[in-house]
Design a protein around this ligand. Structure first.
Ligand SMILES: [Zn+2]
Ligand SMILES: [Zn+2]
Length: 258
């Protein structure tokens, strides 16, 4: 069984094809996915969907670092929502200086709030970092995020950044980006990263992997990500499948960590 550690199946383009998306997962041996929260406003919609398919979907709660014009979460609110059955993580959270090139202070504050909530409720973090690796790692260290652990989702940084994330006890999750021809440096990271610390994801509906580039991505296509990693490492597909699934269940559990 494969697992999509990060998707957004509650987004309209996938939610309106819910049955088809689930059937494709089943046909491709993808047995579970985390439907990742991006705002408090969308959380009721997300949890309603997850509740109908708890055998396949888990949820996370958080406010995406690039989102503006949305309710600002405080620690108490995140902790309260994280107690909802089916919620296994806090996020996605982090820093995104690609969409906010002025690197605003509110992003770092929002990120710190999520880390504190994750530590308080004993759930791992799902971290989004774009064009902000140094600040992301610095804040993870300053807030002692090693205490709750988590994953660097859609990892697309250098080996040096990966080494620092691993040193904090974090996992590295690869998306369809690793299948792109021009992702030379990332392919090297995927070939090198410790087998017991990697996850796979789609970030669907975005970032469809080769050979589906440009289409609406879906959790079933996490298979192409795992196939590429197996190819890059020169190991059978089953090795990557088993390792990433074991890693996933070591990091995420419905009961939370102690
Ligand atoms: Zn993200
Ligand atoms: Zn995402």
């Amino acid at each position: 069984m494969l697992i999509d550690s990060h998707c957004h199946v509650d987004f309209p383009e996938l939610a309106e094809r819910e049955d088809e998306v689930l059937a494709a997962m089943s046909a491709n041996g993808v047995g579970r996915a985390i439907c990742v929260g991006v705002s408090l406003e969308d959380f009721p919609r997300l949890i309603a969907m997850v509740d109908c398919h708890r055998d396949v979907y888990w949820a996370s709660v958080g406010v995406h670092p690039a989102h503006t014009d949305c309710a600002e979460p405080d620690e108490a609110r995140l902790i309260e929502l994280a107690a909802t059955p089916g919620v296994v993580a806090i996020g996605e959270t982090g820093l995104d200086y690609h969409w906010h090139k002025d690197a605003p202070e509110w992003q770092r504050e929002r990120f710190r709030t999520h880390i504190r909530a994750a530590k308080a409720c004993g759930k791992p973090l799902i971290v989004h970092s774009r064009a902000a690796a140094a600040d992301t790692l610095r804040i993870l260290r300053e807030e002692d995020a090693a205490a709750c652990g988590g994953v660097m989702h859609c990892f697309s940084e250098s080996r040096e950044v990966a080494e620092q994330a691993l040193a904090l006890g974090f996992y590295i999750s690869f998306s369809g980006v690793v299948t792109f021809k021009n992702a030379r440096e990332l392919k090297e990271v995927a070939a090198w990263a410790p087998l017991d610390r990697i996850l796979v994801e789609t970030d669907s509906p975005y970032l469809a992997p080769t050979p589906h580039r440009g289409q609406t991505n879906q959790p079933a296509w996490v298979k192409h990500v795992a196939e590429e990693i197996a190819f890059l490492r020169g190991v059978p597909f089953a090795v990557v499948e088993q390792a990433t699934t074991e890693n996933f269940f070591r990091l995420f559990t419905e009961a939370g960590h102690d």
